[in-house]
Design a protein around this ligand. Structure first.
Ligand code: IMP
Length: 194
């Protein structure tokens, strides 16, 4: 059993969809974790994933995984990056509209989504990292209603649809950076059990 430690309901749904066969537990299964919200003070996805996995892992006492993820836009020197969730105050929509504003008149629309998973074992105090990346571009106008975060403005390389439109069609995971990091973890996990 692995605790997938996140307060983000969208990540939770995706993990269940991507790896349904694994025995997951969630924060709601551990009353002692109620209200915990570790401060993400790191400058990298790895550092923040580790902060969350270690805090929740030590408090729960069980094998714990945390995801830190975000969107890196090349013309903005990698912003919003690790600050994707809190780049500006407001809603997900406010943040992607802010991104479109920042990119107005910008030729280089290239970007990548990154997901880093940290798996932490509180008994041995050891951790492992798994990374998934998807390259693509930021379009001019939002399209689609599925997904979350910046999904409505990101088109992965190899497709014409945004992540949000792909989610509407049930196809976001054909690309999803979180699917890639979970796949990397799953390969490793299966090797450990052999
Ligand atoms: P975290 O909870 O600190 O890892 O922040 C993750 C943030 O990155 C989310 O709140 C979104 O803004 C963004 N993000 C991560 N993954 C996705 C995704 O799959 N689609 C859209 N936005 C995402």
């Amino acid at each position: 059993m692995i605790l997938f430690a996140t307060n983000n309901q969208h990540k939770l749904r995706e993990v269940k969809e991507i790896l349904p066969a694994l025995q997951w537990s969630f924060l709601g299964d551990f009353p002692q974790l109620a209200g915990m919200d570790p401060e993400e003070t790191g400058e990298t996805f790895e550092a923040n994933a580790k902060i969350k996995a270690v805090e929740f892992g030590n408090a729960s006492g069980v094998l714990t995984m945390a995801d830190d993820s975000g969107l890196e836009v090349f013309a903005l020197d990698g912003q919003p990056g690790v600050r994707s969730a809190r780049w500006i105050p407001g809603s997900d929509e406010d943040r992607y509209l802010h991104l479109l504003q920042q990119l107005e008149g910008q030729q280089d629309r290239s970007a990548q989504f990154v997901s880093v998973l940290c798996l932490y074992d509180p008994r041995t105090k050891t951790e492992h990292f798994f990374r998934g990346e998807v390259q693509g571009k930021i379009i001019d106008e939002p399209r689609g209603s599925g997904g979350f975060g910046y999904d409505a403005v990101f088109v992965p390389d190899g497709d014409e649809l945004t992540y949000a439109q792909l989610a509407d069609e049930g196809r976001k995971h054909d690309y999803n950076h979180r699917r890639k990091s979970l796949d990397a973890f799953h390969d490793w996990w299966r090797q450990q059990s052999n």
